[in-house]
Design a protein around this ligand. Structure first.
Ligand code: GLV
Ligand code: MN
Ligand code: MN
Length: 409
């Protein structure tokens, strides 16, 4: 095999073309799931995959699979990919890199005339981010049997549009069955989205697994009232109650080692400057590498929030809407990634994922692994997200080598 299988310039150029779809002023991308921009990026992705000789199938959750046939079509395929949707103020690499690294792998297999026994399928999973439709990773979740199809299709955005409606509108309501077929292995390349690789000056993160997550929705209902006439001691101010709870959530995150606790979305009603807010809705994202510690964090949240609600005379409705359990990736797949990094001569280290990824669900139905590359200052879910062409090329190179190993082994 040559020293370098992949073409780093081609990978970078493809990333920069995709970044223009929904480009933001500060250099990021805004391409929410199942919007017109998502259709545009999907159409481009499908065209590129066809040019690379792949056949396309789309399943009922809109997951797109581009298949490069193997020498034995009866064998289960190796899948590689990630997602093309972004956060509202997203960067150019979160998700996109994993999809285009898999495309670069297929293009490079073609260039090098390398055949594999198993087929290789590049995949774009629908709505990984979970910012337009909660929860995150919902379509890989349906694929892996974590959710049923009806649940997945009925997820709604803030305006009440469902995933089913939006898939039909953009022409990606496919007819392939979601999951239920054998997958030999799944490998997802991704920017780390944290500061560890950069801090340790390593090029490749050999990902061992991912931490557990719990998502909540909290609605506080007090009383709308006049800001000028209502004495301070007669108020049922939902926003003031929420402010205490938000501060406590931050404290919970700080109080346990490796804890993470975030309120990322809030809606205040009626949102009028001279009316005391009678309602406040907000979301909570809590994560920890130990399920028991995470449960403890959630118990603290419930107890504290109930106390504050009663103190302020507001009703509280607190729901857990999602639990993504702790994930440990498959040893043989992880070893294939490590072997790829070693063979290509990159520095590497073991790492655990702080972010959720489609790989977390696919690990339930197929041997799975991930490859991380560094990103500047560990910044992600931000328009300024940045990664170097060399590091991204290294990730694609390791992915290609892991795919060859898993597709022939
Ligand atoms: C995925 O983007 C996550 O929130 O971890
Ligand atoms: Mn991602
Ligand atoms: Mn993300």
């Amino acid at each position: 095999m040559p020293d370098q299988l992949t073409n780093s310039k081609r990978l970078w150029d493809s990333l920069m073309v995709v970044a223009k779809i929904g480009a933001t002023e500060k250099g990021g991308s805004r391409r929410l799931a199942l919007t017109d921009l998502d259709r545009e990026v999907r159409d481009l992705f499908v065209a590129w995959c066809r040019e690379a000789g792949c056949s396309i199938s789309v399943d009922a959750m809109g997951n797109v699979f581009a298949r490069r046939e193997g020498t034995d079509p009866s064998l289960a395929p190796v899948l590689a990919g990630s997602h093309l949707d972004t956060q509202p103020n997203g960067g150019k690499f979160d998700g996109v890199f994993g999809v285009l690294a898999a495309l670069e792998a297929v293009r490079s297999l073609n260039d090098q005339g390398i055949e594999t026994k198993r087929a290789v399928e590049i995949v774009d999973w629908t709505n990984e981010e979970g910012s337009r439709f909660a929860p995150a990773m919902v379509s890989s979740g349906v694929f892996a049997g974590a959710f049923d199809l009806e649940y997945g299709l009925s997820r709604q955005d803030a305006d009440g549009h469902t995933i089913a409606e939006e898939l039909t509108r953009i022409g990606y309501a496919g007819d392939a069955q979601v999951g239920g077929r054998p997958i030999a292995a799944y490998v997802e390349a991704h920017i780390e989205q944290g500061p560890i690789l950069e801090g340790e000056a390593k090029t490749i993160g050999v990902v061992q697994g991912a931490q557990a997550q719990r998502w909540y929705e909290l609605t506080l209902t007090g009383q709308d009232a006049h800001a000028g006439t209502t004495p301070m001691d007669r108020r049922h101010d939902a926003l003031v109650a929420a402010a205490s709870i938000v501060t406590e959530i931050n404290r919970i995150g700080l109080s346990v080692e490796d804890g993470r606790a975030t309120v990322g979305m809030m809606e205040v009603g009626p949102n009028s400057r001279n009316t005391i807010p009678g309602s406040c809705f907000f979301t909570v994202d809590m994560r920890h590498p130990d399920e028991d510690v995470l449960l403890g964090m959630s118990t603290t949240l419930r107890e504290y929030a109930a106390g504050i609600a009663s103190e302020h005379g507001v009703e509280m409705d607190l729901r857990e809407i999602w639990h993504s359990p702790l994930v440990t990736f498959d040893r043989r797949c992880v070893d294939a990634v490590e072997a790829g990094a070693l063979a290509a001569g990159y520095s590497y280290m073991e790492i655990s994922s702080g972010a959720g990824h489609d790989a977390c669900y696919i690990a339930r139905v197929a041997p799975t692994a991930m490859i991380f590359v560094p990103c500047a200052d560990g910044i992600s879910h931000n328009e300024l997200e940045s990664a170097t062409p060399d590091d991204l090329a290294a990730g694609a190179e390791v992915l290609t080598r892991a795919i060859i190993e898993l597709a022939n082994g």
